[in-house]
Design a protein around this ligand. Sequence first.
Ligand SMILES: [Fe+2]
Ligand SMILES: [Fe+2]
Length: 458
Amino acid sequence: MFDTRQLVAAETLAPFWKGLQSSAPYRPAADWLISSPYHRPTDLSGLSIEALAEPVRLETLFTQRSLLLNRLLFNVYEQNNLYLPTERFSEEDTRAFHGFYEPGFVAANAVMRPALENTCFDFLSRELSVQGPWTVETLEAYCTERLRAYEASPSETCRRVQASDCPQEAARLFLLQVAPDFISEASQMARALPGNFGPVHSELMKIFIDEFGYGVHPKKHSTLFEKTLESVGLSSRVHTYYYWYLPSSLVMTSYFHWITSHKPRWFEYVGALYWIEAVVPHFNRQYSKLLKAVFGRDGVDTLYFDEHVGIDIHHRRMAFDKLIRPMVQLYGESVIPAMVRGIEASRLLGDVAERDFLAQMDFCDALHSGQATPASPGDLSRAEERPRGYFLEPQVCDRDTVLAVAQGEVEVDGGYLRPRVLKAGEALQVPAGRMVGARVVGEGARLFVGAAPPAVRG
Ligand SMILES: [Fe+2]
Ligand SMILES: [Fe+2]
């Protein structure tokens, strides 16, 4: 009923796409930080609706098209989340609040959703294998073995952050990548709760209650995460760092919205939930230790991470014994492949997110240590005049890219929230797949942004 290619070809979606391209919540920002939760820069102006017809593949996940489509899909789901200002509504807040949740805007987003889901999640079905035969015993053995293997090796993310030249910035960059999920933690689980689906409904509710701090606001997991952010000098305002969410971070968060909103994916959700709860204790123990090592024992609030070390051992047991096992008993072994699919999808998305994060961290390290310089700054005569304040929004470079300053000063960042200033004659090379943003400071500048010259092979 909702064939993306047909709808795109018939131009059925075109008016909605056009509306979104010029919508206020998606307009670009003028600076690095986003000051309102209702402002979600998603520049669709250069993206034709045909971009939806071509599914994002694993090989094209770290591209600008993928970033924009994943920002859009994330925002579509986020319209289900209520965000309120932390203080009295200003006139501007009121306008933005009503704008983000305006029924016409919500409807235009919603009508794009099935097409976006096809485009953004299609790669999962190509990458995953859930071949059986399965029984609850083989499933349990498979889970135990996967988990044993996961817990057998220390986290590469933690090792590399600690070894970074800028460990504090790298540790913060990681927090930014989990923010799309943690800032509204378990909102996807909340999507799974309406209805009436037997005893497992109440078991899921038990996990949900823990995630929401059993009604005690300071204990709510998203509140604990806010405290961690604030303790390392980051803002806890909703999506302040939206510009730095990598495509893999967005797709990971959206995946859980997808499998909880698309009800036939319930069994997949239970598998995915199990895996996420299962891997958290091992990782969080290490990340808590890392945060203390990097910021000093008294300098950081690690309760978010510490709390999960304990509670998620409990949650992973609940997910298996109270959700997975009784459902296999009730519905039979035919529901197991979907559960395995959820586990495998979470594993894959976790691996991809780690790869994306580490590559971005390496780029940021190189940028800040002055090592990301191209062999040649390219043809500076092609540099264009840019006024003071000109802002090149953080974006993913589809190919190796050179950013060169012919005149004036330009600050450049890759997500360390500490832009490096490039002066006239200086240039930066950005590897394909990496995110970069720039802003002209001072009295305007002449700036070149374009493909890096091909490397000379000896
Ligand atoms: Fe949690
Ligand atoms: Fe949990």
